[in-house]
Design a protein around this ligand. Structure first.
Ligand code: SF4
Length: 167
């Protein structure tokens, strides 16, 4: 089973009520079992919602309660992000997920980059940190920048050379 950020397959769950549809990823997932998850909605945040940034560190620091998540209106939404990350983890565990495709740059789902109080920085989102901490493989996807060949190569790397999505 594959866990995927719900916005990447077209669900309009982004903060602005839009999606982050990735045609190449949907093509790759065709006829495969996958689990769409939006951690921010799982954390009881509404859609649309004010955008949020990480303050004081990335998702790893948020899990250690050394950093926070704050929305554009200045509200601390750390609890919502932690709740969403925990629920996403529980779903991954329940459905036997092996690998996760996550939306790059998101304070929840970012894998290599996240928006912080210092702008776009290297780091992971809160849900990504939770999944990594529990041994899951994660792959960051940025629509328009990630083509299907790169996706397949990434999967080969993740699976140690096996070109196999029936995970
Ligand atoms: S990046 Fe993650 S939290 Fe943000 S809308 Fe997509 S699935 Fe939801």
């Amino acid at each position: 089973m594959i866990l995927v950020s719900a916005c990447l397959i077209g669900l309009r769950c982004r903060y602005d009520g839009q999606n982050a549809f990735c045609r190449e990823l949907v093509e790759l997932l065709r006829d495969r079992q996958y689990l769409p998850v939006c951690p921010e909605e799982l954390g009881n945040l509404p859609t649309p919602r004010p955008p949020s940034i990480l303050v004081g560190g990335d998702g790893h620091e948020v899990l250690r309660l050394k950093a926070r998540v704050v929305n554009e209106k200045g509200k601390d939404v750390t609890f919502n992000f932690l709740k969403g990350a925990k629920k996403a983890l529980e779903m991954a565990q329940s459905f036997g997920v092996k690998v996760c495709f996550l939306k790059e740059k998101s304070p929840s789902c970012g894998v290599n980059f996240v928006y912080t109080d210092k702008g776009l920085q290297s780091g992971v989102g809160v849900t990504t940190a939770m999944l990594l901490k529990n041994g899951y493989k994660v792959i960051g996807i940025q629509p328009g920048e990630t083509d299907i060949h790169k996706l397949k190569d990434l999967i080969k790397q993740v699976k140690g050379g096996k070109d196999e999505l029936e995970m």
